[in-house]
Design a binder for this molecule. Sequence first.
Ligand code: SF4
Ligand code: SF4
Length: 142
Amino acid sequence: MNDIKKITVLEKVFPDNCSGCRLCQAICSFEHEGSFAPWLARIIVIEKDFRETTPHTCNLCEEPVCIACCPFDALSKSSENGTIILDEKNCTGCGRCVRECQYKAIVFDDERMIPLICNLCGGNPKCVDVCPRGVLSLSNKT
Ligand code: SF4
Ligand code: SF4
């Protein structure tokens, strides 16, 4: 892990500002799937008590449980920025990584049977750009 150059995470700078509009999910799915399909976004807006909402994305854990729990070595960490990379040919679609992630930050694509994990849009996160309430920001992880 020491060879990772930089770890940058999506931080919820103003989590209480989230209105639940789900624009972040819309733009994320458009960026990665070419269609507005919030269920295929790499960001999840969680609802509590039908009122409070908050976005969840990959926390870029130092010791990622998703990588450790995958029985098929399908996940690894990018040495460029620490994001989690899926090797689709190894993935069996068992969904274990989705279940084990304590941040509930991994989405499962039921059609392709693969997990979808935030890649920070290569360093230019579209969700940060579109959030009308400035909930998200890109920060260096300490
Ligand atoms: S869904 Fe794929 S990546 Fe996730 S644990 Fe199963 S084999 Fe590994
Ligand atoms: S940074 Fe990109 S991939 Fe990650 S949640 Fe935002 S839009 Fe999706």
